[in-house]
Design a protein around this ligand. Structure first.
Ligand code: ATP
Length: 586
């Protein structure tokens, strides 16, 4: 992807704030007024200070009390501005987060295979937070500092230009230090973000891989890996901390030194009668006020860089085009009959490593087809292609005579159902999990689907029945139970074509019997493709496609293939000898 120019990027980030322009305008108005008050304060203090120094009348000093009112108004304005711009920031962040979530879902499997989950999560959290700063806090802050800088400089020039030039000579020293440290800070901040993303990735891998870690007893190894990463992150964070901790104090030191220099020269001007004592104090206050924006411009600049870096990563994600999407003239698939044809389909994940080679077959509506073959033969890949998770590299797939690539995906997915090998239940109730198959299904439909899937009985045995919570915060179901929930989901959907990946995990006889009966119910009159791992299933299907190294090696029903005494016969005999642990799926 071509890199976006910083200006284009900033403009793009700002488009997210556009819907909230009214609130932002109000926030900016409050900001301008409160900055105006800040600027007027030294000026307003001039006379009271002169009065105090001349020890004139005491009632004149009441002006100090009037200043409290002004301070109070400024406090209210600052509050309003902080709250309003902060609220817009949070809204922009929420919009971006939802946008990114929904875009991620639309991307093809290709994309997810190349990325690590932790890295994606880091973009959804850390990077988005930085973009939020870029979209709202930064513009407002830059305006505030610019107003104070321009206003302050104009006022002191009018007050005493000679003294002003001395100030302009001293201030660049501050600018130099601020920019130098700002740049260092920016480089280190980027490194910190990268290290944090890697730390998140490791955490995520630990959580998702906890079973393997435990069963291999690799806790110490993983802890070591994590400590090393954390150590690296810590080292770079401490480096950044050193610079950021020195930044503020150094700026204050330079500010005070400038003030002393100005006092030294300004007092002469007072002796010569060119400046009143009150004006000198006001002048010094302005010089300090001007130093603030100069220091923070460098910091804002580094924040801007951080925000732009993060926004580049976020936009990279948003600009990733799904490899698989509807063609412009995609046709809506009418009621699916279930005829499937593969015509010389070739496929690879990695160039030069063919996974499917010239695979051709024709399946009639309603046929039950089992895919078998040694591990790595390409069965799952064929199922992916049938799902159009990927497109073939060459050759064509036809559904009821129409090219799959030319069909509107939703109209196709609405009519097929997939029961995976490893069923994932989403956090929520059992009811919600089954309704995933048809969101608006009635209670009667829900129960009838669960009964047909042999799930109703075990669900009702839970005290909470269909309202039982599953997933992270709830109950963990057994593999067999999860499978039956997935079958109930598929029943609700009432598809015309089924894709099944039989569980390889060993299920007890009872569980297996239930699942088999549920699947028999589900498959009735539907074209069914399944990766079969059980002998009982395989003997019942109409046709068996035997794959070997990406080629369709044999084709026929059980009896025909056994009579051929080929690969199928070999796999079947092996499996019969040891039904539990063969490396091939028959
Ligand atoms: P099993 O019975 O073990 O599940 P299978 O017959 O389903 O095997 P596939 O999963 O389709 O086989 O894999 C076929 C080949 O493609 C294998 O050599 C595998 O290493 C390769 N492969 C699968 N997925 C990917 C991927 N995402 N990237 C690269 N290669 C892949």
């Amino acid at each position: 992807m071509a890199k976006l120019k910083p200006q284009t990027q900033t403009r793009r980030v700002l488009t997210y704030a556009r819907p909230y322009w009214r609130t932002l305008s109000l926030a900016t108005l409050c900001l301008l007024l409160s900055s105006g008050i800040s600027l007027s304060l030294p000026w307003l203090l001039c006379d009271p200070v002169n009065i105090m120094l001349a020890q004139k009348s005491i009632p004149d000093l009441n002006i100090f009390m009037a200043l409290i009112v002004l301070f109070f108004i400024q406090t209210l304005l600052s509050f309003a501005h902080n709250y309003l711009s902060g609220a817009v920031g949070q809204r922009v962040l929420a919009d971006l987060r939802v946008g990114l979530f929904s875009h991620l879902q639309s991307l093809s499997l290709h994309f997810f295979l190349r990325r690590r989950t932790g890295e994606l999560l880091s973009r959804l959290t850390n990077d988005l937070a930085e973009v939020q700063t870029l979209a709202t806090e930064l513009p407002v802050n830059i305006v505030r500092q610019a107003v104070i800088l321009v206003g302050g400089v104009s006022i002191i020039l009018v007050m005493n230009w000679r003294l002003s030039f001395l100030a302009f000579f001293l201030i660049p020293v501050i600018i130099f230090f601020a920019r130098f440290m700002g740049r260092r800070l920016k480089a280190l901040s980027t490194a910190v973000q990268d290290h944090l993303a890697q730390t998140t990735t490791l955490m995520e891998e630990m959580i998702s891989g906890i079973r393997s870690i435990k069963s291999f007893g690799r806790e110490t190894y993983e802890k070591e890996r994590f400590s090393q990463q954390t150590g690296k992150t810590l080292a770079i964070m401490l480096k950044r901390l050193k610079i950021s901790a020195a930044f503020g104090p150094l700026m204050v030191f330079l500010g005070f030194s400038t003030a002393c220099g100005l006092m030294w020269y300004g007092a002469r001007e007072v002796f010569l009668g060119k400046l009143s004592p009150g004006e000198l104090i006001a002048f010094i206050m302005y010089a300090v006020i001007i130093t603030g924006p100069v220091g923070s411009f460098a910091r804002l600049f580094s924040k801007l860089q951080e925000g732009l870096g993060a926004s580049r990563r976020v936009f990279e994600l948003l600009d990733t085009v799904p490899k698989i999407s509807d063609q412009r003239d995609a046709k809506i698939l009418p009621a699916l009959l279930g005829a499937v044809e593969f015509d010389r389909v070739c496929f690879h994940y990695i160039e030069g490593q063919a996974v499917l080679r010239e695979v051709s077959f024709k399946i009639a509506p309603g046929e039950k087809v089992a895919l078998v073959g040694p591990s790595g033969a390409g069965k799952s890949t064929l199922i992916h292609l049938l799902h159009r998770f990927y497109d073939p590299v060459s050759g064509g797939i036809f559904i009821d005579g129409q090219a799959l690539q030319g069909l509107q995906l939703k109209s196709y997915y609405d009519q097929i159902a997939y029961v995976p090998q490893e069923v994932v239940l989403f956090g929520g109730t059992l009811r919600e999990n089954i309704l995933y198959g048809k969101l608006q299904a009635s209670e009667a439909e829900l129960i009838s689907a669960s009964k047909a899937a042999y799930a109703h009985e075990f669900i009702m045995a839970f005290p909470e029945g269909y309202e039982t919570l599953v997933g992270e915060k709830g109950l963990t179901l057994s593999g067999g139970q999860r499978h039956r929930i997935a079958i109930a989901r598929a029943f609700l959907k009432n598809p015309r074509m089924l894709i099944l990946d039989e569980a390889t995990a060993y299920l007890d006889n009872e569980s297996e019997r239930f699942i088999q009966a549920a699947l028999d119910n589900l498959m009735k009159d539907k074209t069914t493709f399944m990766i079969a791992h059980r002998l009982t299933t395989i003997q019942k299907v109409d046709r068996i496609l035997v794959f070997n190294q990406g080629r369709l090696a044999e084709e026929g029903n059980h009896e025909q293939l056994m009579a051929q005494q080929g690969l199928y016969h070999h796999l079947y005999t092996l499996k019969q000898a040891d039904p539990l642990a063969p490396p091939q799926s028959v």
